[in-house]
Design a protein around this ligand. Structure first.
Ligand SMILES: *[C@@H]1O[C@H](CO)[C@@H](O)[C@H](O)[C@H]1NC(C)=O
Ligand SMILES: *[C@@H]1O[C@H](CO)[C@@H](O)[C@H](O)[C@H]1NC(C)=O
Ligand SMILES: *[C@@H]1O[C@H](CO)[C@@H](O)[C@H](O)[C@H]1NC(C)=O
Ligand SMILES: *[C@@H]1O[C@H](CO)[C@@H](O)[C@H](O)[C@H]1NC(C)=O
Ligand SMILES: *[C@@H]1O[C@H](CO)[C@@H](O)[C@H](O)[C@H]1NC(C)=O
Ligand SMILES: *[C@@H]1O[C@H](CO)[C@@H](O)[C@H](O)[C@H]1NC(C)=O
Length: 405
């Protein structure tokens, strides 16, 4: 498939254990320990995983970002028509053979027939795993709460470069191939029982034996998940890719709209420790444009989104090309693209007619009987932070349910 550069850039240890003898149920807004129990009896625990990675990253041409001034140059460099061919920017490869510390969380429902199904959720750019775990009005926005109430177990993690995970070189290391290997690594650890053994030391419940593993992504996390379907199709039993689909209508000027600045320069208190190439929307209204614009949302949730914002890296934007459009001949499990109706980064503000499902089936998933699209009404790119987010979650769980998951 032919893709323009902007389409390719779609951005898209501790202790403290709650025991059954002395139940210390904490609401999700007061998480002072590594393990807690929600009102509904869901048990959660957070931990750090060491994930070994062996990946082939790309050497990519393009300007460095050492200042917010450079960040504007970077956006123009990516957005102009003359820079449209991302393939020509690949100048070689780099082997990355190392291990990363990844911050993760596992939640297990108190009851429900699906606790043996583990959802593995990968967030997108500008956020960390809290994208799935809103602390404001959790009954209206928190995906983990909805998933556990629907009976699923769920694993979330901070992608490399955000939250509590390692923050290595933003150009050569934090790239799509390495992040795909991290997703593969955590999935293999979940499948082998390593994650359950780790969690069992911290969580006061009998962990279910996971028998099925499904993947949910948002935006860049969906690009990574689509890479998993193409390269490691046997590792998943079904997937939902939110905020991502390959289509010819990706906007041409999205990097400019995102208003990136150098994270350490724009937000020295939050991100002063981050190096060159770590970029972040410079103002709340940049986040508004890319994640909320056109959607039906409560302005105080935009404030919350801004409060939990995270940086992304120049390397991950440029390296998405390594995974986009890979054919997934061997992926035959159910797949749903879950699109926000008014998604700006993905569909230029209108996803309804933006994609060609027949072409996607033929070129990317030729052997897959179940590839569907759902359009979530009145939402923009950051759909978990919109009104009726829970209506969308129900739709996702119905899709899994229809397919025996
Ligand atoms: C890493 O991958 C390369 C290429 O697939 C392989 O040659 C090499 O042996 C691997 N190294 C390790 C330590 O797994
Ligand atoms: C991009 O450049 C590569 C390498 O020069 C070429 O093979 C490819 O056809 C170009 N793609 C487009 C869309 O022009
Ligand atoms: C508890 O879970 C049930 C379904 O399992 C749900 O109907 C109810 O709303 C949940 N309550 C809370 C506080 O999450
Ligand atoms: C797909 O399956 C074929 C036949 O089993 C196998 O040769 C090939 O390596 C598989 N490809 C991937 C990416 O798993
Ligand atoms: C969608 O793709 C199919 C297969 O490539 C093609 O036959 C069809 O004309 C396309 N539809 C539109 C509306 O472009
Ligand atoms: C909420 O989302 C569901 C699932 O997509 C949809 O059926 C319903 O119409 C939506 N409700 C509103 C008020 O938009």
């Amino acid at each position: 498939m032919k893709l323009s550069a902007s389409q390719l850039l779609i951005s898209l240890g501790l202790c403290g254990i709650a025991t059954r003898a002395t139940p210390t149920a904490r609401s999700s807004t007061e998480r002072s320990s590594t393990s807690w129990t929600t009102e509904n009896g869901t048990k959660c625990t957070k931990f750090s995983l060491v994930v070994p990675v062996n990946a082939t990253n790309l050497i990519l041409e393009g300007p460095r970002v050492d200042s917010s001034f450079d960040a504007v140059t970077y956006a123009w460099d990516g957005d102009t028509w003359s820079s449209a061919n991302a393939t020509e920017r690949i100048k070689g490869t780099i082997s990355v053979n190392t291990a990363f510390n990844i911050a993760a969380q596992l939640c297990i429902p108190s009851s429900g027939g699906k606790s043996d199904i583990l959802q593995i959720a990968t967030h997108g750019n500008s956020f960390d795993k809290r994208y799935w775990d809103a602390e404001v009005e959790p009954e209206n926005y928190n995906y983990i709460r909805a998933a556990t109430n629907a009976g699923y177990s769920i694993f979330t993690y901070d992608r490399l470069s955000v939250g509590g995970s390692d923050k290595p070189d933003a150009y050569d290391i934090v790239q799509a191939p390495v992040e795909l290997e991290i997703l593969r690594g955590v999935t293999e650890m979940a499948r082998s029982g390593d994650i359950s053994r780790l969690a069992a030391r911290q969580i006061d419940t009998v962990l279910p034996d996971f028998t099925k593993f499904v993947h949910v992504g948002h935006s860049y996390g969906s690009i990574l998940t689509s890479g998993l379907l193409a390269k490691y199709p046997d590792l998943t039993d079904g997937s939902i890719l939110t905020g991502f689909i390959i289509n010819p209508h990706g906007p041409q000027y999205q990097l400019g709209v995102r208003g990136y600045q150098l994270a350490s320069e724009a937000f020295p208190e939050e991100f002063g420790h981050l190096g060159s190439g770590y970029i972040c929307p410079g103002a709340k209204y940049n986040l508004h444009n890319s994640f909320f614009g056109g959607g039906d949302f409560d302005p105080k949730i935009l404030d919350y989104g801004w409060k939990i914002k995270q940086p992304s890296t120049v390397g991950e934007g440029r390296s998405a090309i390594a995974l986009l459009g890979l054919t997934a001949h061997n992926y035959t499990k159910p797949l749903q693209f879950f699109l926000a109706e008014f998604d700006a980064p993905v569909c230029n503000g209108d996803c309804k007619e933006a994609y060609n499902l027949t072409q996607i089936r033929e070129t990317i998933y030729p052997n897959n009987p179940v590839v569907e699209v759902h359009i979530q009404p009145k939402t923009a790119h950051g759909f978990t932070l919109h009104r009726n987010a829970t209506g969308g979650y129900e739709e996702m769980f119905r899709f899994f349910g229809r397919n025996g998951l």
